[in-house]
Design a protein around this ligand. Structure first.
Ligand SMILES: [Zn+2]
Length: 223
């Protein structure tokens, strides 16, 4: 199941294509994945479609302010599709056949995992769990002049910028050795529905090793 992004003007079109209305959340949705390609124009501006699972990845980083080893988190995906790959032009013309084929392939991926850093939005039940356990919260960055949900030091509360966590070679989530992999803790959550998020879908040559080398704790909490 996937919630759609349908404007009031487009509601009749979405309905005619077979979208269903959920009065509790006031959103249109499509139930079966085989019907997703029909609704690509109603999938909004988020770039990643996530199926089935979402992984929370915990690493450690030396805080630049207090120099203690603080816990930091990022997200991991195994079954996902990058939506921009299907956009043929700026008028929202999509390659629906390729998308349909890729959904089927994606459902079978049980091996590779990709670290994507922050995702937006975070499913609200998962965000509640994260807030109970980690110092991960909405924070204004003086560097980027924007507010976003960010890792903050467990000890001195200073912001741990995403760039230093995900995009530098000595970052805890820049995986280039088995030693770095072994320092990670991975938690797997089952999604009760497919979700669209904004994220950077990077990949590395170590992506096939996460599931072989890391202990993955599975939570049967639907988020
Ligand atoms: Zn600190």
């Amino acid at each position: 199941m996937l919630y759609l992004n349908v404007s009031y003007e487009d509601k009749d079109k979405a309905k005619a294509l077979g979208a269903k209305w959920n009065p509790n959340v006031k959103k249109w949705y499509v139930k079966d994945r085989k019907d997703y390609p029909k609704f690509m124009e109603f999938m909004g501006d988020d770039n990643i479609l996530v199926l089935d699972n979402l992984y929370l990845i915990q690493g450690f980083q030396e805080c630049f302010r207090c120099h203690k080893q603080t816990r930091v988190i990022g997200f991991g995906l195994d079954k996902y599709l990058a939506m921009y790959k299907y956009l043929e032009d700026d008028n929202y013309k999509y390659d629906r056949q390729k998308f349909a084929r890729d959904i089927k392939l994606c459902e079978k991926n049980n091996f590779d995992m990709h670290i994507v850093g922050p995702i937006d939005p975070i499913p609200s039940k998962l965000y509640k769990l994260i807030r109970q356990k980690y110092n991960y919260k909405n924070r204004y960055s003086k560097t980027t002049h924007t507010s976003s949900i960010s890792n903050c030091c467990d000890y001195c509360d200073v912001l741990q910028g995403d760039f230093y966590l995900f995009y530098e070679v000595d970052s805890p989530f820049w995986i280039d050795s088995e030693e770095k992999l072994e320092k990670l803790k991975i938690y797997k959550f089952n999604l009760s529905r497919d979700i669209l998020v904004s994220a950077n879908d990077g990949w590395s040559s170590f992506d096939e090793l996460f599931k072989k080398h890391c202990r993955i704790k599975e939570f049967n909490i639907e988020i």
